[in-house]
Design a protein around this ligand. Sequence first.
Ligand SMILES: CC(C)(COP(=O)(O)OP(=O)(O)OC[C@H]1O[C@@H](n2cnc3c(N)ncnc32)[C@H](O)[C@@H]1OP(=O)(O)O)[C@@H](O)C(=O)NCCC(=O)NCCS
Length: 287
Amino acid sequence: MIFSDSKFDWLRSDDIRPYVFVRPENRIQSPGEKHSIDWFPHKPVYKNPLNMSELGFGDRILFLEAKAFGPSGMAMPRWVFYDCAIVPGFVAGYAARTKSLPDVVKKALMVEEDEEWTPLSLFIIIPTMSRAGEWVAHNLCSVNTLLEKKDRFYGLGFLSKAFGLWYANVDTCCGFTQWGNPAVKLHAYYGEFEVLTAYTPIHSHARTLSYRVKVDPSFWPRFFTKKAFEGFDDKYQNAGFEVDPTDDQSLISLQTKLQNDEGPFFLRSQEVILNGLDEALPVYRLK
Ligand SMILES: CC(C)(COP(=O)(O)OP(=O)(O)OC[C@H]1O[C@@H](n2cnc3c(N)ncnc32)[C@H](O)[C@@H]1OP(=O)(O)O)[C@@H](O)C(=O)NCCC(=O)NCCS
C-alpha cells in the first residue's frame, strides 16, 4: 500500500481533510466520478468564499500563497484571487483542524486559533473555453516550503493537485511554471506531459514553461515509487533534440518549432523527475 509508510501518517489523521473552497454555483455535481483511484476517501470540508463568515479561511489561503510566491514577485493580489480564481473556478487542498496543529506549523501559518480549519495547501483550478474539458492549473503551494524537513507533510503539494484533478473529473489540464523550478518535477507526474510553450515572453517571466497534461491517475503512484512508466516508448519517439532549461536560445528554438507546427512535443516524466533541474531534457514526439 503506497501510503503505509510513516511519512504519510498525516494523511490518515482524522484532523486533516481535503477541502474545497468553492462558491455554490461552481460545485462539481459528481466529484471523483471520472478517475477511479481510492486516494481520497474522506468527505471534503466545504467552504463558501462568498460567505463573510469564511473570510478567515480565505485569508489563510492568501497568506500561504503570499509566502510561497512573494519572493519571486508573483504573489496574487486579492482581486485576482476573486476575479480569476474564486468566481470562475475553485480552490482545493488539505486543511487541518487548527487545534491539532503543532506549534511550529501554527507559527509558520500565523493561524487564527478561533478558526476550526486551517488550509495547509492550495490548488487553484479554473475551467477554460479553449477546448472541451480543458482546465487551467493556476496556482499550487504547500506549507511544506515554510517548514523544516522533519515537520513537513510528505506529498502534500502533489496530493493537493491530485485531489483537485480527481474531484473535478479533469481530463486535460494546462499549467505554467518556470524552467528550473523544482515544481516542474511534480507537474510532470499527472499524465502525459506536453510542452505548449517553451519560451513565453508575454508572461512576467519569459522563461515560463506552459504544459498540457492528459490526466491519468495510473501515473500518480510513480511520483512516490519513482518506478519507470511502462509503455512510453511504444507511443513516443525521441524527436532528435534536447531542451536545455538554462539556455534561452534552446528554449526559443523549441518554441519556434512549436510555432511552426512541428509539434506536439512531450517530455518523459521519468527524466523530468530524475534529471537535475539544470540538465538538458530529451524532447519526444508521437510515433
Ligand atoms: C511546489 C510545491 C507545491 C510542492 O509541494 P510540497 O508539499 O513541497 O512537495 P511534496 O511533498 O508534495 O513533494 C515533494 C517532492 O516533490 C518534488 N518537489 C517539487 N517541488 C519541490 C520543492 N519546491 N522542493 C523540494 N522538492 C520538490 C521533489 O521531488 C520531492 O520529492 P522527494 O523529496 O522524494 O525528492 C511547494 O514546494 C511550493 O509551495 N512551492 C512554492 C510555490 C511554487 O513554486 N509552486 C509551483 C508553481 S508552478
